[in-house]
Write a protein of this length. Sequence first.
Length: 329
Amino acid sequence: MGSKINAQMDKTTEYTSAVSEMTELTAWRFIRIHLNSDLIYTLLHPLKKLRQKKLISIMHNFTRKIIEERRAALIESTKENGSKPSTNVETDEIGTKKRSALLDVLLQSTIDGQPLSDEDIREEVETFMFEGHDTTATCLSFTLYLLARNPRVQQKLFAEIRHIYGEDYSKPFTLMNLNELKYMECVIKESLRLYPAVPLIGRNLKEDFKYTHSVLGKGVIPAGTQVLISIFGSMNDPKILKCTNPKEFRPERFDEFDAAINFHSIPFSAGPRNCIGQKFAMYEMKVALTKILQTYELLPFGEEVIPVVNIVLRSETGMQLGLKKRMTT
């Protein structure tokens, strides 16, 4: 977003704590169907409702502060550099033009000639700030866990990293060399298949949907119907995977899938309303996994977290694994 908040130095910020608590509260409410009614939820659990409002206020206020600070910086930059904010002309140490931060783009965007309102911008920023850290962190945790318990896969992945980056761990990351990590991409997809960060999504039908493939026969789902799609279920369906053991962690399966079929793996959803940050998330995870595996060998530790039997979004005991420092030459 273009703003520094020193999150790694201060790990207990009010915002991150609010996000964590709100996530747990939302999940608790979601699985209790009768509490989807705001009226019933307020009557039966007034204290939880008040707490929810407080948490939402903390998150909104934090985001608004970031937007206000960035807007002020852009205005000041415009005054100093004329009509163009300096964020568009900044260069790095080797003279390459820097890209604008997402928040800068939103602040300068217009719809039908009108700038986006602060509330429009806030919603977009919160989507990235929440989805961009919580889901990615979850996926990384489960991927590391699976690698620790599958040494064959870990060794194959480490060999790919060494092939691309060699023994020079200071080699910079580029989109080109990150795109060469094909097996790592399969590993991440397989991890997301077994432990999807978002196991269920909803869609509101804008027009009648005629179906012919149901086990119940043909029919029509009328427009206006809300449909829930089980990402977890579809990615663990033996018929879709064409396998007998969907619980097996086997990244190679993604090399075997028909490239013309894009729905074997839909952790980021699919179609026009898929996750707009999926490419960024994939690059983010590739960078993190590369740096970790260059430094450590992952070893199994603690009890196994079994997928498919139960949907596991976040382990209550954390992801337990051992780290063994790799020998450097």
